[in-house]
Design a protein around this ligand. Structure first.
Ligand SMILES: C[S@@+](CC[C@H](N)C(=O)[O-])C[C@H]1O[C@@H](n2cnc3c(N)ncnc32)[C@H](O)[C@@H]1O
Length: 387
């Protein structure tokens, strides 16, 4: 395939994409409409576009194709026509570690700054190694699954027998290359859940007890509820979300996991829900709040180019209203688990500060789970106790 052909496809896509839909959904629809694009065309267009967005705003003054070649060099280990045609002197260095490749680019382009990859104004949460975090954008995160500890060896054997070697990163967690077609490799889909590594680690803060009644009030398709249930199956559970469609997905996942004992409601936490909830008292509440998602942008790097600072403030208002509205349904001495997949202090530590200052909640512990060190998302989790 000629490089001109690849350039045309890339330019058309870049020109038509406006950041409204997540890139993977946009590409899915685009390829469906443009059937003349063969699988190789699609693969290259996808690689180029994702790599391009991973550069964020770095070297913004260069021409698009030169930036694309730099991005493709930084983000991939195998050669491309783009680098061969634009920056042939870099071709021999494709297999080097990312840090070395960055050093090569910095030498060739003194204007290259890591801080231009992630240019957002809100301060990062404490403890984040900014350089390591920015560098992580050049590496595609892994795909993680959570399995029953009793089944982990059987699943490893099944995957290995088919030529895929998973990495065992926890007693119940396997890491696989992104894009692994799990449904074709693991015969029984009841044996695993796709869930990011950091998301799985939030479970260390839940500490449910047998017989407890918990509420997952931003449940979406139930990732945290399934995790909670795997930690303590003897619990009663209320799952709710403002979006009925997500709860539909939750139902399917719960059915697969064999969970039957739960209650489900569509609840908008921005409304007064006393009529529906007045008699409820929970032993634990999970607030996996809507947020910027900045800890997951390694998977959606288009956000480096399309996210706008003001949105953090909007999410913050939502987080305050949502978390604040559920405290009254928590029993004294019991935990509210506040979580985000954000790396911004305003959505994390500042929210803990807000909740402990404005409600009968006492700080117990919190953590920014640094997924960037493990090819995973970054997540924030805090455990606050009702007084
Ligand atoms: C980060 S997601 C939850 C992810 C989920 N807990 C999981 O583990 O996959 C945040 C959820 O909050 C929900 N949400 C947003 N605004 C809400 C509101 N006003 N009331 C209730 N839920 C809301 C969204 O629909 C979204 O599903």
């Amino acid at each position: 395939m000629k490089v001109e052909h690849q350039i045309r496809a890339f330019e058309q896509l870049l020109g038509s994409y406006d950041g409204v839909l997540p890139l993977h959904r946009y590409l899915f629809a685009y390829f469906k409409q443009n059937k003349q694009m063969g699988s190789s065309d699609r693969r290259w267009a996808t690689r180029y576009l994702y790599s391009y967005f991973r550069l964020g705003k770095a070297l913004g003054k260069l021409k698009t194709m030169e930036r694309l070649a730099i991005a493709d060099f930084l983000c991939n280990e195998t050669p491309s026509l783009m680098v061969a045609s634009q920056l042939p002197e870099l071709e021999a260095s494709f297999a080097l570690p990312v840090a070395d490749k960055i050093a090569i680019i910095q030498k060739k382009y003194p204007a290259f700054k890591l801080t231009d990859v992630f240019t957002f104004k809100p301060e990062l949460s404490a403890g984040i190694d900014a350089a390591a975090f920015y560098t992580s954008f050049f590496v595609q995160p892994d795909l993680f699954i959570r399995v029953k500890e009793t089944h982990i060896q059987a699943i490893i054997n099944q995957l290995t027998a088919q030529g895929v070697t998973p990495q065992e990163v926890g007693p119940a967690t396997l890491a696989l290359p992104n894009g692994t077609k799990l449904e074709q490799l693991i015969s029984d889909e009841r044996l695993y859940q796709v869930q990011d590594f950091s998301s799985q680690l939030t479970g260390n803060y839940f500490e449910p007890q047998a017989g407890d009644y918990w509420w997952d009030c931003c449940a979406a398709s139930g990732g945290k509820s399934l995790l909670l249930h795997s930690l303590e199956p003897q619990i009663e559970l209320l799952v709710s979300d403002v979006r009925a469609t997500s709860l539909g997905n939750l139902q399917e996942r719960f059915q697969l996991a064999g969970i039957k004992q739960y209650h489900q409601k569509v609840i908008d936490l921005l409304q007064n829900n006393d009529q529906v909830l007045h008699h409820y008292e929970f032993d634990g509440i999970l607030v996996d709040a809507p947020c910027s998602g900045s800890g997951t942008w390694g998977r959606t790097p288009e956000m480096l180019c399309f996210f706008e600072n003001y949105k953090v403030e909007n999410y913050n208002k939502l987080q305050k209203a949502i978390a604040g509205s559920v405290v009254k349904y928590l029993k004294k001495g019991k935990p509210l688990i506040y979580m985000t997949c954000s790396v911004f202090k305003a959505e994390n530590e500042d929210m803990v500060d807000y909740l402990t200052k404005n409600f009968d909640l006492k700080f117990e512990k919190m953590e920014l789970i640094k997924g960037y060190a493990h090819k995973a998302d970054s997540m924030f989790v805090a455990r606050l106790i009702k007084q």
